[in-house]
Design a protein around this ligand. Structure first.
Ligand SMILES: [Fe+2]
Length: 365
């Protein structure tokens, strides 16, 4: 019986010798669905219509011999998985080894001993069934793990989104900022990959985690007073220095989360590492005059350099308490003028290539 319980296993016996075919059939027919085929060529005609559970293959045949048939079977993705047992009247260890090397699972000598033939076939079919079951079990297990992982990630994403939205709603005029910044970063990642800029670094990132974590870039604003966060006019020097602290507050909040999952999975640590770098460095400037750390050039983490472009572009084309939105073209010009002072020149080169895509995102939201 095969894996589909109660259905007899389908066995194909290929031999040019009609006596062998008749004998094989009489031994196997009571237990199996046995099909006899007189040549290798005809086997392939049969295989176009049906998939057997096992092939018993004679080695010495006119036309295609057993080795050639086996080679052709193993070369085909459709047939390579069918187990093949060689039948031979030659008791020659070298040719047995050759057949096993080609992928046969066993050799059975002719003339057949009926009980031995039945037992060998029964054992091989059992191994095949158990292998298939194991494969199915592994597959199901992988599927279950994937489902669970996805559920955890979905939950993580929705918590992150909720926290990010809490910040955004406090900063009430920046509606849609988080989604747009997410889309801008996707555009930048795509063009970096296409142009092979910092490819080694971004290939090491989990793209989804990086994009998700970008939602927390201003999470530190939770600690900024409404009187400063929502002030319609220009901030005083003191207010501005408080406002700038949203970067370090963001890092502190994410560090608190990190502490609460001390032996977190790699995914959590990668997510939080991106989040911390983005929150902490998205206001750094290429020339070293940014905040909070005053980092310069490539010492600013790539995450922060990317977010700086996405964040500033969105601020320029959006309404803010203190300004009207600027047209896309003017925003691009302002950002391009910041090359080498505010922004990473290589990244601005790419931003200019894809700025039309930024425009489409800005217009859509
Ligand atoms: Fe910010």
């Amino acid at each position: 019986m095969n894996a589909k319980a109660l259905v007899p296993a389908k066995i194909v016996l290929v031999d040019d010798d009609v006596t062998s075919l008749a004998l094989g059939k009489s031994i196997l027919a009571p237990k199996y669905d046995i099909i006899t085929i007189p040549s290798g060529e005809k086997l392939f005609v049969f295989l176009e219509k049906a998939q057997p559970d096992l092939i018993l293959l004679d080695v010495e045949m006119p036309g295609m011999n057993g080795y050639e048939v086996l080679k052709k079977l193993k070369a085909s993705p459709k047939y390579a998985g069918i187990p093949v047992i060689f039948l031979t009247s030659r008791a020659d260890p070298a040719s047995e080894l050759e057949g096993l090397k080609l992928g046969a699972i066993d050799y059975i000598s002719k003339p057949f001993s009926p009980p031995l033939l039945l037992k060998r076939i029964e054992l091989h079919l059992l191994v095949e069934t158990q292998t298939k079951r194991l494969w199915e079990f592994n597959n199901n297990l992988q599927h279950l793990v994937k489902e669970k992982t996805k559920a955890v990630l979905d939950m993580q994403n929705s918590v992150v989104k909720t926290v990010a939205n809490l910040v955004e709603y406090r900063d009430e005029v920046t509606g849609g900022h988080i989604e747009r910044v997410h889309a801008y970063l996707e555009i930048l990642l795509d063009v970096m990959a296409a142009q092979k800029l910092h490819l080694g670094e971004i290939e090491g990132w989990d793209r989804d985690f990086f994009l998700q974590s970008s939602q927390l870039h201003d999470v530190g604003k939770i600690f900024i007073r409404d009187s400063i966060l929502l002030k319609p006019g220009k901030l005083t020097g003191e207010e501005l220095s408080v406002m700038k602290k949203h970067t370090v507050f963001g890092v502190q909040i994410i560090e608190e989360i990190e502490k609460s999952i001390p032996i977190g999975p790699r995914s959590a640590s990668s997510f939080l590492t991106h989040a911390k770098l983005i929150a902490g460095t998205h206001h750094e400037r290429w020339d070293g005059t940014g905040y909070p750390y005053g980092l310069a050039g490539a010492t600013i983490p790539l995450e922060g350099r990317l977010m700086a472009i996405a964040d500033v572009y969105d601020a320029l084309v959006s309404v803010r308490p203190y300004k009207a939105p600027l047209p896309h073209e003017q925003a691009v010009q302002i950002i391009a003028e910041g090359t080498g002072t505010q922004f990473d020149p290589d990244l601005i080169g790419l931003f200019c290539l894809v700025s039309d895509k930024f425009k489409r995102v800005a217009q859509k939201n």
